[in-house]
Design a binder for this molecule. Structure first.
Ligand code: FAD
Ligand code: NAP
Length: 534
């Protein structure tokens, strides 16, 4: 099968729709036309939800009346709660970002009868507490559905690969973020973090990496539980973070012009003192100067360089400002320091005590500068080291060659996955971080999902999506999924079920502050028990 040509996302959707309308083989005698089109989307994060949204609207387009007469889209999520990193990644003090949930909820609420298991119903259904690879296999899903879209994100970490990375006190930012945001996977970090951060005002934390996740972690650590009481930060983190950590150092191996953070997040760090959090922001002029190579200067030029130019200006201004003597806590943004070793603590060598960093200089052409070792070292004492150097995707069991292990992404072209055994069932597609790697904001997943939807529409129109062959053995789509899960005694959480959890989390009796949006349930068994009791 030849790979399709790349198209822009919008152009691709239009082109897919046109081909769908004009496809000759879509006559009334076409089998696909006569039957129901069943779609499973694995993952209810932004990419899964945008894929559901745009696929639903394309399939409901009256101009495409000659499409399969009915369709169902089932969003399968391993947690009882939807929306992926919008719930468990986005920082608690960024509630405006989470308002995207309203858009996602509408995708489910536009439905006709989610509680019915009839796969003849139109609409999008939520099937929470169902993990692909645990409760149902990918092979089974492909036998049940015409189309399977993998949108399960990146749930592992890039590794530094330096000595001491396995010491206690070296924790990935992914787990730390999951912990303060109440992800059930990470709640057990409360005990080790309480130990590492006991008396937080006297503790030093290093964050390695300079993306927005690193800046989120630094801000949360500096504000502490007291500064975040009115947010939806999980209750278990309040006593651990206390009034905030005494010193947070964010380490970048390259210069400030190459930092992966954006100005909004940087400005928030610089304003912590002004906003009454008692945190002074430190940046060193000598490090800013060191990073200002000819190539860096060129990177600041032109329209593309403007955002970096604003960051340069903000950091220069911050470096010149006298620090608030009343600020008891400090955040340091350090540049051109590459961690080379985590050193055990002298009192207890099972724990990290410091990080040895090598001073780097920048080398290379504009846009391609890398950190070059200099042979000079600096040791930074640390009680907790958060590695924030990027998330990484994992294969689902049995994926084989369609997964690129080194990149941690599914091999695909415009969202279509080639190379899976096509005789075994559904057409296979992917969307979001697991498709393109762990970068991009929520909005980036819109064009990404549209591209995948366009590939699906194009393939339906050209019959690339293989016919459903499992019909004799399995029920089709949603009915079949529900039957298998019932047989396996999986307690599935449907949309009305999630709404009950949502209401319980927002119930005033569970909130500590009048502005707190919700208190998240953090244990799957508690959520399921609550549903059984309601
Ligand atoms: P995810 O959001 O990770 O969703 C994947 C979903 O799949 C999850 O719900 C997961 O539980 C589910 N899943 C995983 N495995 C399985 C399985 N086997 N079976 C069933 N379900 C499964 N962007 C912004 O615009 N603003 C921000 O403020 C912002 N903050 C961020 C903070 C952090 C810490 C991070 C890491 C990212 C942030 N982003 C932000 C980026 C944004 O969150 C991502 O672009 C987006 O979440 C990626 O969407 P996704 O659907 O690909 O992955
Ligand atoms: P990221 O933006 O890719 O940043 C990763 C950081 O880690 C970079 O500074 C990188 O430096 C560094 N790094 C990588 N490998 C390293 C190594 N071996 N040693 C030292 N440093 C290393 O990743 P992220 O922060 O996890 O964010 C993921 C995505 O989510 C991003 O697109 C981000 O914008 C988005 N997000 C957005 C928000 C928001 O909008 N508020 C919040 C959080 C996350 P180099 O450049 O030198 O490689």
């Amino acid at each position: 099968m030849s790979a399709p040509k790349a198209l822009t996302a919008r152009g691709a959707i239009l082109s897919g729709c046109k081909r769908l309308l004009s496809a000759r083989h879509y006559s009334s005698s076409t089998p696909l036309l006569d039957r129901h089109l069943s779609v499973a989307i694995v993952g209810s994060g932004p990419s899964g939800m945008y894929t559901a949204k745009y696929l639903q609207s394309a399939l409901a387009n009256p101009k495409l009346a000659s499409l399969p007469s009915t369709h169902s889209i089932d969003v399968i999520e391993r947690l009882p709660t939807p929306f992926g990193l919008v719930r468990s990644g986005v920082a608690p003090d960024h509630p405006e970002v989470k308002s995207v949930e309203k858009d996602f909820r509408e995708v489910f609420e536009r439905n006709i009868g989610d509680s019915s298991s009839s796969s003849r119903q139109l609409g999008v259904a939520f099937r929470g507490n169902v993990e692909v690879g645990r409760d149902i296999s990918l092979v089974e899903l492909r036998r049940l559905y015409d189309i399977v879209v993998l949108a399960y994100g990146c749930d592992s970490d890039r590794r530094l690969g330096i000595p001491g990375e396995n010491l206690q006190g070296v924790v990935s930012a992914r787990e730390f973020v999951g912990w303060y945001n109440g992800h059930p996977r990470d709640v057990d970090l409360t005990e080790p973090l309480s130990e590492l951060l006991s008396n937080p005002a006297e503790k030093s934390v290093s964050v390695i990496g300079q993306g927005n996740v690193a800046l989120d972690c630094a801000r949360v650590l500096a504000k502490g539980g007291e500064g975040l009481r009115s947010t939806d930060i999980s209750a278990h983190s309040l006593p651990v973070l206390g009034g905030g950590v005494g010193k947070v150092t964010v380490l970048g191996r390259r210069g400030h012009v190459q930092g992966a953070f954006t100005i909004k997040e940087l400005r928030e760090l610089t304003k912590l003192s002004k906003e009454g959090h008692g945190v002074s922001f430190h940046v060193r002029e000598d490090e800013l100067d060191l990073g200002m190579t000819d190539s860096s200067r060129q990177e600041l030029e032109g329209r593309l360089g403007r955002p970096k130019g604003r960051i340069n200006k903000l950091l220069r201004a911050a470096a010149a400002v006298a620090h608030d003597p009343k600020a008891a806590k400090e955040v340091h943004l350090r540049f051109l320091l590459n961690p080379v070793e985590f050193v055990p603590d002298t009192a207890d060598p099972t724990f990290v005590g410091s990080i040895i960093c090598e001073r780097t200089r920048l080398g290379g052409d504009p846009g391609k500068q890398s950190a070059v070792a200099t042979g000079e070292y600096e040791t930074i004492p640390t009680h907790l080291a958060l590695t924030s150097i990027g998330y990484k995707g994992k294969a689902l069991p049995g994926m084989g060659d369609i997964f690129n292990e080194s990149e941690g992404v599914i091999v695909n072209q415009n969202g279509q996955i080639y190379g899976a055994d096509e005789s075994t069932g559904a057409g296979l597609y992917c969307s979001g971080w697991i498709k393109r790697g762990p970068s991009g904001i929520i909005g980036t997943n819109i064009s990404d999902a549209k591209e995948t939807v366009a590939s699906i529409l194009r393939d339906i129109s050209t019959d690339v999506a293989p016919p459903h062959i499992g019909r004799e053995q399995y029920n089709h789509g949603r009915e079949g999924l529900d039957a298998i899960l019932k047989e396996r005694e999986t307690q599935v959480v449907d949309w009305p079920g999630y709404i009950k959890i949502d209401l319980a989390e927002k119930s005033a009796s569970n909130l500590r502050h009048e502005d707190q949006p919700r208190e998240k349930m953090t244990r799957v068994e508690d959520m399921l028990a609550a549903l059984r009791a309601l």
